[in-house]
Write a protein of this length. Structure first.
Length: 405
């Protein structure tokens, strides 16, 4: 059986590893648009951007590993089309036939056309080249304006401040990360960045961009404020790279629609990672997750199922962030219906845990700088728990998590 994987990111590399681990000895072709071997993206906004890691440390495997695993690499190569009827992938004039196809094409940063072409420097963060260019641009006294106070925007802000840059973050919502964390917890991140000298412009609307001369950008806000910057970094989310799948006739809607087993609307085609919009068997709704852990775990499950397995992907979303001296891990998904209760344990200015509930069911949980809490949090997400037990800080989280359901 021949497997072709389109996209050469973390989900793809993990799928290759799992295929061989499970005994697949047939051909594997790995096709990626970037010239690099598959690499981990979290360091791009963390260790690599901060200068704590070097470029060589981010790769999943070295080239010799792929050779040892008899994987045919097609890097720096663009797939021009998929022929689902003939089960082949078009790579220029070449065709790669497949028995099973995995699409792991990832995502692309949302563009901000208004910021482009005004004469100043504008940057996005998605590739290793982007990260290295930003690291080189951050310096003492450099003025950096960041559009968007999501995870990427805030991690970039932390790295720029660590390098001594003057940072202004512009966000249309009233708090950073408001849609993800809600007002009760998002306020913690606002205070964190203010305490490290970041100028947060919240509830702000950008009217336009202009040149201040000599490479300077001027960001004009609706309230009349003007922010001068040597560099504008745009971090307003990403879009799934699903055009190839859509053109081929696969069902797409904010990503490639896949079932519980990560199968697309064609039974021989699977999708994993940022591009997969999965019908999650536990949550009972569709979910597309843009985080490192999902890329790894979906890569494993897709590989197993391409080999004839029957494993539903039921893992709850997980993500983490490092900003200044704050480390956080989050498990779960609040979803479109929202929550009716938030429970905080500990000190919001230091070490704490937080839980989001609806009708006494734990939808999501997170910790800040409480590394022993992550496993109890995992165990509690999805369960019904009396809120008073969670509020009672004399009760150990591990004890609550281990109690009979």
């Amino acid at each position: 059986m021949r497997v072709v994987i389109v996209g050469a990111g973390l989900a793809a590399a993990t799928a290759v590893e799992e295929l061989r681990k499970q005994g697949h000895d047939g051909d594997i072709d790995l096709v990626g648009a970037e010239a690099h071997l598959p690499y981990n993206r979290p360091p791009l906004s963390k260790g690599l951007l901060l200068g704590d890691e070097d470029e060589s440390s981010i790769f999943v495997h070295d080239e010799a590993w792929y050779a040892d695993q008899s994987v045919a690499l097609h890097l720096g190569t663009t797939v021009t089309g998929l022929d689902l009827d003939r089960s082949c992938v078009h790579v220029g004039a070449e065709e790669l036939g497949y028995d099973r196809l995995l699409i792991a094409t990832g995502s692309t940063p949302r563009r901000l056309p208004a910021a482009e072409g005004h004469g100043g420097a504008v940057a996005y963060l998605r590739t290793v080249e982007d990260s290295l260019a930003l690291r080189a641009a951050f310096a003492q006294g450099r003025r950096v304006a960041i559009v968007g106070a999501g995870w990427i925007g805030l991690e970039v802000a932390a790295a720029a401040r660590a390098a001594g840059s003057e940072v202004t973050v512009i966000e249309s919502l009233e708090l950073p990360l408001l849609r993800v964390l809600g007002s009760e917890v998002a306020a913690t991140f606002a205070e964190l960045h203010r305490s490290h000298g970041v100028d947060l412009r919240l509830g702000a609307t950008i009217e336009g961009f202009s040149s201040g001369g000599a490479g300077e950008s001027v960001v004009r806000l609706r309230d009349g404020a003007e922010i001068a910057a040597d560099l504008v970094v745009v971090g307003i989310g990403v879009l799934p790279n699903d055009a190839l799948a859509s053109k081929a006739g696969l069902a797409v809607d904010n990503g490639i629609l896949v079932d519980e087993w990560l199968r697309s609307t064609n039974p021989h085609v699977y999708a994993a990672g940022d591009v997969a919009n999965q019908l999650h068997p536990t949550l009972g709704r569709r979910l597309r997750v843009e985080h490192w852990d999902t890329a790894i775990e979906q890569g494993k499950v897709a590989a197993a199922n391409m080999l004839g397995g029957d494993e539903a992907y039921s893992r709850m979303p997980y993500f983490f962030t490092d900003q200044y001296d704050l480390g956080m891990e989050y498990v779960g998904s609040v979803g479109p219906d929202g929550y009716d209760d938030v429970i905080l344990r500990g000190d919001p200015a230091g070490q704490f845990t937080a839980f989001w509930l609806s009708s006494q069911r734990v939808l999501a949980g997170m910790h800040v700088n409480d590394w022993d809490a992550i496993e109890p949090i995992r165990a509690l997400v999805g369960r019904h728990v009396a809120p008073d037990r969670l509020r009672d800080e004399s009760e150990d989280l591990a004890a609550i998590a281990s109690a009979p359901r």
